[in-house]
Every structure is written in C-alpha cells, then in structure tokens.
Design a binder for this molecule. Structure first.
Ligand code: G
Ligand code: G
Ligand code: MN
Ligand code: NA
Length: 255
C-alpha cells in the first residue's frame, strides 16, 4: 500500500526516466533502433528496477498513467533523435505496453495523438506486448489491429516463455518476434536451446515477421544467432540500456 502511494506520487512528481537499449542489425552490426526501458528514480531508494514496480503498477492500475508517460517520452525522444542525427532517420523505438494498457479503450487514440503531437512516423514506433498480455483477449486483439491500421509496428516480446499458443502467431497481427533471452543464454552449448531458437527463426521467416534475438552477451551467441537467421540483436554485447544523453552520443556516430 505504501508502495502504491509512492508510485502514484512518482507519476505526479516526474520521478520516472527512460533508458534506451540499442538494437542492431546482425549482418553488419548497424544501429537500427532502441528499446525504451523505464526506470524509477526514487527519492530515497535511488534507481528502482521495473521488475520491482511494474507488476504492482499493473495490479493497481497505475500502469496506465506510467505507461502513457513512457509512450509520450519515448516518442518525443525518438522524434528528437530523428530530427538531430541523420543516422537516426530510419530508427525504430520499442515501447513496452502492458495488457491492461492495451485494454483501456483509449490506447489506440492515445498513440495516434502522441504520433501527431511529436511528428514521429508511425512506422518508427514498435509497440512491444507479451504473449500473456494478449492471449485470448478480444479487446487487445482489436486494439492491435487498429494499431497496425495506424502503421505502427507490433512485437511479441519475451517470445517462447509464456504458456503461449502458436495459433497466436496466425491471429495476432504482429510484425516482429523477439526471442526471449532464456533461449539465448546457453545457445552455444545446449543443443536444445539452439533447436528452439532455430524453430522460432524459421517460423518468423515463413510468416514474414522480423526477428530479434534478445540477451546477446557473447560474440559466439551473436554469430550463431545470425547463422540461424535472426535479423536483429539486442544485449550487453552491443550495449547495456543507456541514459538518453549517452544514446545521443551513439546516434552521432552513425553515418
Ligand atoms: O532492464 P529491464 O530491467 O529494464 O526491464 C525489466 C522488465 O520491465 C522487462 O520485462 C520490461 O519489458 C519491463 N519494462 C520496462 N519498461 C517498461 C515500460 O515502460 N512498461 C512496461 N509495461 N514494462 C516495462
Ligand atoms: O522487455 P524485456 O522483457 O525484453 O526487457 C528486456 C530486459 O532484458 C531488461 O531488463 C534489460 O535490462 C535486460 N537485458 C537486456 N540485454 C540483456 C543481456 O544481454 N543480458 C541480460 N541478462 N539481460 C539483458
Ligand atoms: Mn521488451
Ligand atoms: Na523480452
């Protein structure tokens, strides 16, 4: 209860910030986009990880206000990077969206409004949802279809971890699969992990989805994932999530 009060105060007092993790094209290591990851700069506890407050924010409903802030800030920042750095012209920004947010009934209008206000082209925004958030839910399904109608991209995040149905891939209008990092961790030594990663990559190709491998920490993992057909990668090998100012320095180096 105390934490809920603090979280709602944090919304009012602007205690959140976004970190940005680079996403690269595996073929040439070119920086192609970022994922926005929220951080809570707590006045006493310092930086609090989203794992510690997002679940509570979802249960309490505060995720709607927090998520709305994150969406606006990420789009504002991406539009700013595009306008400032030639290398960022074709960038995408990934924004994590909770199922509860997707189901507010106003989410699609909010996205359209944020895109209009910031001037960010719809194709530069990649909304990341998890399988659990959208499974068997008509409302989120319709929201996703409308988002695609706007021209926004949609990624299935943490792919492979939830009690997911492969049927979701046929009905859910996503553009991108993000292979969860649990399949990447021991991919070079555990044949079964490599087998799952291969199957996901083949499905992505066959169904015409873009594919991103998450949690890449070593060159061996990167090389194998590229060989398996993953187009994009994200992970500590390339970069940890960075404050916006550090991310700007990276964009400045992209031709
Ligand atoms: O670095 P990492 O600790 O940043 O993120 C932990 C988890 O928090 C991830 O599963 C990520 O998807 C989630 N997360 C990060 N930012 C946001 C956000 O803005 N909204 C939602 N709903 N989840 C987020
Ligand atoms: O939204 P998602 O659940 O995919 O959030 C990404 C999470 O993964 C964040 O918590 C981010 O900090 C974390 N992460 C990103 N790259 C790596 C990595 O290479 N290794 C590990 N262990 N975690 C990572
Ligand atoms: Mn994500
Ligand atoms: Na993920």
């Amino acid at each position: 209860a105390e934490m809920i009060r603090e979280l709602s105060q944090a919304v009012d007092e602007g205690q959140f910030m976004l970190a940005y993790q680079p996403i690269v094209r595996l073929a040439d290591s070119a920086l192609t986009g970022v994922e926005a990851l929220i951080r809570w700069n707590h006045p006493v506890r310092g930086l609090v990880s989203p794992d510690e407050f997002i679940p509570l924010a979802e249960r309490s409903g505060l995720i709607v206000a927090i998520g709305d802030w994150a969406l606006r800030e990420a789009c504002r920042q991406a539009a700013d990077w595009r306008a400032t750095y030639p290398g960022a012209a074709h960038m995408t920004v990934g924004v994590n969206v909770a199922g509860r947010q997707l189901r507010t009934g106003t989410f699609v209008d909010d996205v359209a409004q944020v895109l209009a206000a910031t001037g960010l082209p719809p194709g530069c925004l990649n909304i990341e949802v998890t399988e659990t958030a959208v499974l068997d839910d008509t409302e989120s399904h319709e929201a996703m279809l409308s988002l695609r109608g706007l021209g926004v991209r949609l990624a299935l995040d943490d792919f492979g971890t939830a009690a997911s149905s492969l049927g979701l891939l046929l009905t859910c209008p996503v553009t991108t699969l993000k292979l969860d990092r649990s399949f990447v961790e021991s991919i070079t030594t555990v044949g079964r992990q490599a087998a799952v990663a291969t199957a996901v990559s083949q499905m992505a190709t066959a169904l015409d989805f873009a594919s991103v491998a998450e949690g890449i920490e070593t060159e061996e993992q990167r090389d194998l994932l590229q060989k398996l057909g993953y187009q994009y990668g994200q992970g500590y090998l390339f970069s940890r999530p960075l404050p916006a100012a550090r991310m700007s320095e990276l964009w400045a180096t992209v031709p």
